[in-house]
Structure formats: structure tokens, C-alpha cells
Design a binder for this molecule. Structure first.
Ligand SMILES: Cc1ncc(COP(=O)(O)O)c(C=O)c1O
Length: 418
């Protein structure tokens, strides 16, 4: 039985719901696609040239033009479009010399695709703790950099940039390369520089819930010519296609020395991505504006702790993440159910009745020899923080009224929380 007026007002207890419309998410079709995207896809189809390597000059193909436009956007010399964010990251690692048997550090909070990409490159993931705002913890990274660790992958998870300059300097001081899984932070900058350009290479995705949506797809950004050339061949540039990507007068690698994995991007995706890239800044601003509006109204609401960015504007705003410090699993689960009852699509990250791929203890494929419980115990701080965390997707299609519903629902549930 509800004890207080606030409790009885909750939809969970039979009170009126804040909203009856479904909470918009990409998998229900709430995405930002326009007539221009349809025309771009049709243009590629009608050209009857769907493969990136054909008899046209490179600069006339959709994917070739996309790579140049992305290079301009990132102010980086080399971009390789490919089939996904996971393959972009694996290509970067393998091209930089990561080999079977190597260990590669990555944060405890990231989508399972990050350790998967490390394993695709033949290496083993090593978990680094996250701090109270779920960013990779620099002190723990330093502690984890044993001689077995040959590379570091940082993740700008859920669109929040991590303390990248500090992490780069730690990796540098240990002489290991650092890579950015910048998949969720496409278009976000830190101190005027685009995330994804701080490390040896940055990996991005254009899969459906990213700031560019071509269904599937991805790309790698780098300033390192050797990494770029090897990645081009590995992605599937056979029989001297590599020459289309670089100055043909310069010596380039022998493409027969590397396997080809067919991780290429096709022309239809290339055409759609080009169209969306032209308005990427606007898309990023739309995400950020909604996020700022919601976060500013929830800043002082107790007992939640909103995830804090490492710097002003160093976030995309694709999801609202907060913790309830000190809450038990039952309390977090109650909070999520109360929000769901109000019509908000919230999820507890550490809710083991719906195992979440973003929590390291659920990467059973990576640590089969250790039990789930033992894995959690070894990274106690991250376990505690993730268990206290609630994640709410903020689609680019959210209106001001949706944002008001979100704030009202969270405030209502907070007021009834005990
Ligand atoms: C942090 C992170 N890395 C990598 C990926 C994988 O991207 P893709 O699905 O394009 O392989 C995702 C996908 O959402 C992600 O969130």
C-alpha cells in the first residue's frame, strides 16, 4: 500500500500516467530521415553502380566522396568507410599491429561491440574501471597498463566524451597506442577538436541509432598513413585498389601481404551518409539542445546524480543517464518500473533480469574461465556504479513536450522515492 500522497499519485500505484504515447526510440522507427535520404539512396541505385570499386575514378564514387567529405569534417588526412563501427575498430587495432595473444584495455561500461572488436583483432580485452560518471578511470588505466597490454581503447560512451587528453598522455607515457571508440559521439567536440581524432585512430558507426543513420555502416579516421593503408587493404581493397585511396606515386604496401576481410561500405550507404553528413552539425545541436534543457531542469532533483560531462558541450545527448547513489538493486528496479508506468522508456543498466550488453560482467564470451560473480567482484567500483544507473534513450525526434514529460516523470518518481 502507498504510504504518502506522492506515492499514491504514481501510475505504478494506479495514479494518472504522465504520458500515454509510447516513448520514441530508433527501433520503433523514431529516426530522422528525410526525402533527401530517399533521393540519395535512389541516386545510388539508379546509377546501377552499387560497389565502391568499379571503373569510375575514386572521387566520383559515393563512398570515395564520403571519405573526402568526412576527412574535411574531421580535419584529418585519412578516412576509410567500412561496414560497421565494430569493423572500423578492429581494422584500426589490427592495422596498428595488435596481434593474437595481446591484451587491450577497454572500459567496464561500453557496448559489447568494443570487446568484440578487440577479439576480432585476435586480442583479449582487459577491463578498466569507470568512475562515478561512468568515464574510464585514469588511475585504474595506469594500474592496468602491464607489459601484456599493447593498446588502449577508450569509449565516448553514450555520447559523453571521456577525459581523452589525460588518457592519451597516460597511454603515451607507457608507450602504447590509444584508439577511440567514438561510435556514440559522432560529431561531438572537446575543446574545439572532434572526438575520434585524439588517438591513433577513431572508430565510428552509421548504424541506425547514431547521429548518421544508414541502417548499418561505419568508418575509421586516422592521421597515420601506415594504419590507413593497411586498414584499406584489410577492409577489402584487393588487386591494387589501395592506389585509389592514396597518392599512386608514393610507395604503398603490398596488398598481397594482408588478408582481405570484405568490411567495405557500399554505394547506397555512402550516398545516404553523404546527405546526412551535410546536416550533421544541425543534428548534433538538436540532440544537445534537448539534453541541456532536460539536464538543467533535473540538476538539483534529489536523490539522482546526473552523469556529468568532462567539459561543457562534451556530449551528444542521445541518452539521459543518472545514478541513485547508495540505492539497492530493489530500489533501482522500483524506480525503473515507476518511470515505465509513467510512460518513459527507462532501463536499469545493472538489472540482471534483462542482462545489458553494456555491463562488463555480461561479456561472458570474453571471460569464459571466470564466473560472472567473480568478474563483478574484480571490478567492484564499476559494478556498484553500474548497478545504481538508469539509462533513458533521448531520440533526436523528441519534442519539447516529450522533454517536459521526461522531467515531470522523473521529478514525480523522485518525490515518491524513499
Ligand atoms: C560504444 C559502441 N561501440 C561500437 C558499437 C558498434 O557499432 P556497429 O553496430 O556499427 O558495429 C556500438 C553500437 O552501438 C557502440 O555503442
Amino acid at each position: 500500500m502507498p504510504h504518502t500522497l506522492q506515492e499514491s499519485a504514481l501510475a505504478l500505484n494506479g495514479g494518472e500516467r504522465i504520458r500515454t504515447a509510447e516513448w520514441p526510440t530508433y527501433d520503433k522507427g523514431y529516426v530522422d530521415l528525410s526525402q533527401g535520404d530517399e533521393s540519395a539512396a535512389l541516386r545510388a541505385i539508379q546509377s546501377r553502380r552499387l560497389f565502391r570499386y568499379d571503373n569510375r575514378p575514386h572521387r566520383e564514387t559515393e563512398v570515395g566522396q564520403l571519405e573526402q567529405e568526412l576527412a574535411d569534417f574531421f580535419d584529418a588526412p585519412y578516412v576509410l568507410a567500412c561496414s560497421s563501427g565494430t569493423t572500423a575498430l578492429a581494422l584500426a587495432l589490427f592495422s596498428a599491429g595488435v596481434r593474437p595473444g595481446d591484451a587491450v584495455a577497454c572500459p567496464a561500461f561500453t557496448f559489447a561491440a568494443t570487446p568484440s572488436a578487440i577479439m576480432l583483432a585476435g586480442a583479449t580485452p582487459v577491463v578498466v574501471e569507470v568512475d562515478e560518471d561512468l568515464h574510464m578511470d585514469p588511475a585504474d588505466l595506469r594500474a592496468k597498463l602491464t607489459p601484456d597490454v599493447k593498446a588502449v581503447v577508450v569509449v565516448h560512451m553514450r555520447g559523453f566524451g571521456c577525459d581523452i587528453e589525460r588518457l592519451v598522455s597516460i597511454a603515451d607515457s607507457h608507450g602504447v597506442p590509444l584508439f577511440e571508440d567514438a561510435v556514440p559521439a559522432l560529431g561531438v567536440s572537446l575543446g574545439g577538436r572532434k572526438l575520434g581524432t585524439f588517438g591513433k585512430a577513431g572508430a565510428f558507426s552509421t548504424q541506425s541509432d547514431k547521429s548518421i543513420n544508414t541502417g548499418e555502416g561505419g568508418f575509421m579516421v586516422t592521421s597515420d598513413r601506415d594504419i590507413f593503408e593497411r586498414a584499406v587493404v584489410l577492409s577489402g581493397a584487393y588487386e591494387q585498389q589501395i592506389k585509389r585511396h592514396t597518392d599512386p606515386s608514393l610507395p604503398s604496401i603490398s596488398d598481397l601481404s594482408l588478408p582481405i576481410f570484405s568490411f567495405r561500405m557500399d554505394e547506397i550507404r555512402g550516398a545516404m551518409a553523404r546527405h546526412q553528413l551535410a546536416s550533421l552539425e544541425k543534428r548534433v545541436s538538436a540532440f544537445q539542445e534537448n539534453y541541456r534543457y532536460v539536464a538543467s531542469r533535473l540538476d538539483d532533483v534529489k536523490p539522482i546524480h546526473l552523469r556529468q560531462p568532462v567539459a561543457e558541450s562534451a556530449f551528444l545527448g542521445e541518452s539521459l543517464i543518472f545514478r541513485i547513489p547508495g540505492a539497492t538493486e530493489q530500489q533501482v528496479s522500483w524506480f525503473v518500473r515507476a518511470l515505465n508506468a509513467e510512460g518513459i522508456g527507462a532501463r536499469g543498466l545493472g538489472d540482471d533480469s534483462r542482462p545489458n550488453n553494456r555491463c562488463f560482467w555480461n561479456w561472458r564470451f570474453a571471460f569464459p574461465e571466470v564466473t560472472r560473480e567473480e568478474t563483478m567482484k574484480r571490478h567492484q567500483r564499476s559494478t556498484t556504479f553500474l548497478k545504481e544507473t538508469i539509462d533513458i534513450p533521448m531520440s533526436i525526434t523528441l519534442t519539447k513536450a516529450d522533454c517536459d514529460d521526461l522531467v515531470e516523470a522523473i521529478t514525480k518518481v523522485c518525490n515518491a522515492y524513499s
